[in-house]
Write a protein that binds this ligand. Structure first.
Ligand code: DX5
Ligand code: ZN
Length: 216
């Protein structure tokens, strides 16, 4: 199955975000991953609305927005109207996650849940038939450049199994290295958020790096 390679744009070159986005687009990325944070759900701030609008204005490829914010329903309409194609919420941050996911789909967007390393599959079982994507955080969210949390591997395996029943795509986000892309694509993971562990600041052009990753 073709994998989805998704650059984590909070790791991009902010001295020239427009140029970096164009280069990534030309290099053949599949989805631009936009990390939005509120300093409450996670202790950081990620990208801003203007960054989102700039990336949106430069590329026609899909943008996903990873809402690492409390009460994400408050910003679904905003990002849908700004041109997000996929909207991920954290069910840990939303007491009405099922309603918010329905709201995303009513706006004509794909709905996803992103789950923290400490969130069990058992607690999200009743959301799985409502989503198009499940993104497993393989680091505690908020920062790039962290270490991969190996204990999330078993959760990924469980979700790959469940994805065959509920027809969602399994994505991973956090410290994803080329080795992890190789291992997890073999295990049935569809999408990979690529930050500082596999893409940004690595040797070679974006094109060369992506070509290598697609070989796995
Ligand atoms: C972390 C973000 C990730 C991160 C990925 O909260 O959701 O997208 O930026 O970057 P690396 O691959 O460096 O962990
Ligand atoms: Zn992310």
């Amino acid at each position: 199955m073709d994998k989805l390679l998704c650059p984590s744009m909070m790791c991009a070159d902010f001295s020239n975000l427009k140029k970096d986005t164009q280069e990534l687009d030309q290099a053949g990325v599949d989805i631009f991953h936009m990390d939005i944070m509120d300093g409450r759900f996670v202790p950081n701030f990620g990208m801003g609305l203007q960054d989102f609008e700039l990336v949106r204005s430069v590329t026609d490829k899909p943008l996903d927005v990873h809402l690492m914010i409390q009460e994400p329903s408050k910003y679904v309409e905003k990002f849908a109207d700004l041109g997000a194609d996929i909207i991920y919420i954290h069910p840990e941050a939303d007491q009405q996650a099922a309603r918010t996911l329905a709201m995303i789909q009513q706006k004509g967007k794909k709905a996803g849940i992103a789950i923290n390393p400490g969130t069990s599959v058992e607690t999200i079982l009743d959301l799985l038939f409502l989503v198009d994507y499940v993104m497993v955080m393989t680091v505690n969210p908020g920062f790039a450049g962290q270490q991969y949390l190996a204990y999330t591997d078993s959760k990924i395996e469980k979700l790959v199994g469940l994805s065959k029943i509920h027809h969602f795509k399994v994505m991973v986000d956090g410290a994803i290295s080329p080795e992890k892309v190789a291992q997890l694509s073999k295990n049935g993971v569809t999408g990979f958020v690529l930050g500082t562990s596999a893409l940004f600041g690595k040797a070679g052009t974006y094109q060369e790096i992506l070509t290598e990753l697609r070989k796995y």
